[in-house]
Ligand binder design. Sequence first.
Ligand code: ADP
Ligand code: ADP
Ligand code: ZN
Length: 215
Amino acid sequence: MNIILLGPPGAGKGTQAQRLVEKYGMRQLSTGDMLRAAVKAGTPVGLKAKAVMEAGELVSDEIVSALIGDELDAMGPAVGAIFDGYPRTAPQAVSLDEILTSRNRSLDHVIELDVNEDALVERITGRYTCATCGKGYHDTFEQPKVAGTCDKCGGHEFKRRPDDNEQTVRTRMAEYRAKTAPILPIYDARGIVTRVDGMADMDDVTAAIEAVLES
Ligand code: ADP
Ligand code: ADP
Ligand code: ZN
């Protein structure tokens, strides 16, 4: 099974993807994570992407689609893909179709996380992750069970993203509204979109998504 998690920054895509990975053994393909890894490693892609990401604008379609193709090739054909943060533009949606078809995969569901924009700034500015395993947390909404210790791996180091500040979030939301939300009708026309209330408690969001995948 291959699915897309779609929603603005802070909607809960990464949080839900991590849960689906644990439950179903699917693989999370986050172009944001791939780009951050490239920036950290100082690869040519990373050098191109760094300033664009810091500004909250979108990296080129060619770069992200190439990353997705490579990642799919690296995983076994039997493993399902959760696309998180991709596609984000109409050309990327076209590329994804080609990428999937050429690998004998098809798109089963698009889950749209429906959220109130006013809540997103608080979600984003309070977000942090475990520096060791990448598990996501929030200052108020999802704290580790033992303060300062990652629930998943026991690590003690955490990090915040440089682009998770209010100014950049506004740009990222505008990018979502202008370039990403308009791709929904493509998938609506195929009858594969399910809207899920992303303002609900995390566990309820997970349950709603699982119900779609098991339907
Ligand atoms: P995205 O990947 O869509 O940008 P994240 O999954 O990283 O969003 O979530 C952003 C922040 O909001 C994280 O700190 C996460 O813990 C928190 N969060 C995610 N889902 C919810 C929810 N349903 N209710 C409250 N906070 C949430
Ligand atoms: P969020 O979790 O807040 O939705 P991401 O981690 O998905 O954010 O993306 C962070 C940044 O990486 C984006 O603001 C953008 O600059 C870049 N990026 C990630 N995915 C894409 C994509 N599919 N197309 C273009 N740029 C992307
Ligand atoms: Zn951890």
